[in-house]
Design a protein around this ligand. Structure first.
Ligand code: PLP
Ligand code: TYF
Length: 392
């Protein structure tokens, strides 16, 4: 049986971790996989998370099963941060998921299940290009058809908004449109508020269903600011999906902390969706892992810990934006980095130039030219600028 399998490529981004580790050059720069790094290059456990872990260790009196919805209080406490308000429980189904990836997969399975029941035969999921490389495989794994709209031009560093709108005018009612809530991965370029408003109108008028991927809230301009566009879209439509990740903004990557929220037009539809996402979760992972979500719950349930977490998040965001401003100030051709947000941006480099940067300059980035700016410090910004000049 298994000989029929085809060899699969390794995840290109995750493979960089090993290549970088094995490089003996002391000046090497890791701008690869998307994790936050502090000015010493470390990805530390946040102090608020450590405090929550100490509390959990002391107070947890059982590890018995929770259920497919995971930690209900966690999904409730996260809700005002994401939506900016309390959404009535009979209009919003929320479940804890294994990371943002689990939320995306569950969203895809829900769409596929509805489609299989004949409600949306031929539904397409519209992905911008470029996008996070896992988006298309997740949709395909659930059996969904993917269509694309051009989103960003790497050479001119511009969001192709008119092209995006034109493409989405070709989408059929009931089609799904995946939108990055903030800190676009890999482009670093988000819609401005007027563009978000236009997208909100477009999806509402054409009966499209937004699927918002919000994996970096708080790492762009602030917790509120980073959710503004998503909220505009959510408020404009009767039905919408939102895949959330706490893995970056709480720094709990390996603990796999996410949530799927589905907004529905009526209480009956909300209940229908809730029962289906719980049944799909059971068939996939039964129940999500508890630890990370319990930490987020403990933090958000405590005003002091919440304030500490927000301050640490503010610090991470400030450092990323400081690196962005330093690059922009250090080289006019990098001015666009100062206008973009989040950990990632796409440098206008060929695959060959990316290879030379790795081989001759020990600068590690994704083959696409995507850089994780959190891999830099004010001290190493000039090194990147010099290395880029050398390959141009
Ligand atoms: N969506 C985007 C755009 C991402 O960059 C990531 C990164 O990992 C995810 C979703 C998935 O997040 P998680 O690690 O929580 O599964
Ligand atoms: O894009 C990134 O670097 C992050 C981390 O298969 C990541 O989203 C990368 C690859 C992957 C899962 C997560």
């Amino acid at each position: 049986l298994f000989d029929a399998l085809k060899q699969q490529p390794a995840d290109a981004l995750l493979s960089l971790i090993g290549l970088y580790r094995d490089d003996p050059r002391p000046q090497k720069l890791d701008l690869g996989v998307g994790v936050y790094r502090d000015e010493t290059g470390a990805t530390p456990v946040l102090r608020a998370v450590k405090a929550a872990e100490a509390r959990l260790l002391e107070t947890q009196d059982s590890k018995s099963y929770l259920g497919p919805e995971g930690d209900i209080r966690y999904t409730e406490l996260l809700q005002p941060i994401v939506f900016g308000k309390a959404v009535p429980a009979d209009r919003l189904a929320g479940v804890q998921t294994p990371g943002g990836t689990g939320a995306l997969r569950l969203a895809a399975e829900l769409i596929a299940a509805a489609q299989a029941n004949g409600k949306g035969a031929g539904v397409k999921v519209w992905l911008g290009t470029p996008t996070w490389p896992n988006h298309a495989p997740i949709m395909a794994a659930a059996g969904l058809a993917v269509a694309t709209y051009r989103y960003y031009d790497q050479a001119s560093q511009t969001v192709l908004f008119d092209e995006m709108v034109e493409a989405l005018k070709g989408a059929a009612a009931g089609d799904i449109v995946l939108l990055h809530g903030c800190c676009h991965n890999p482009a670093g370029a988000d819609l401005d508020l007027d563009q978000w408003r236009a997208v909100a109108r477009l999806v509402a008028e054409r009966g499209l269903i937004p699927l918002i991927d919000l994996a970096y809230q708080g790492l762009g301009d602030g917790l509120e600011e980073d959710a503004t566009g998503a909220r505009l879209v959510l408020d404009a439509v009767p039905d919408a999906l939102l895949a959330y990740s706490c893995d970056k903004n709480f720094g709990v990557y390996r603990d796999r902390v996410g949530a799927l929220y589905v907004k529905a037009a009526t209480p009956a539809r909300t209940e229908l969706i809730r029962s289906n996402i719980l049944s799909l979760a059971r068939a996939n992972w039964s129940m999500p892992p508890d630890h990370g979500a319990a930490l987020v719950r403990i933090i958000l349930d405590d005003a002091g810990l919440t304030a500490n977490w927000r301050a640490e998040l503010d610090g991470m965001r400030a450092r990323i934006n400081q690196v962005r401003q330093a690059l922009a100030a250090g080289d006019p051709s990098l001015a666009f980095l100062g206008r973009q947000r989040g950990m990632f941006s796409l440098l206008p480099l060929s695959g060959e130039q990316v290879g030379i940067l790795r081989r001759d300059h020990a600068v590690y980035m994704a083959g696409s030219g995507r850089v994780n700016l959190a891999g830099l410090t004010l001290a190493t910004v000039p090194q990147l600028i010099q290395s880029l000049k050398a390959v141009r």
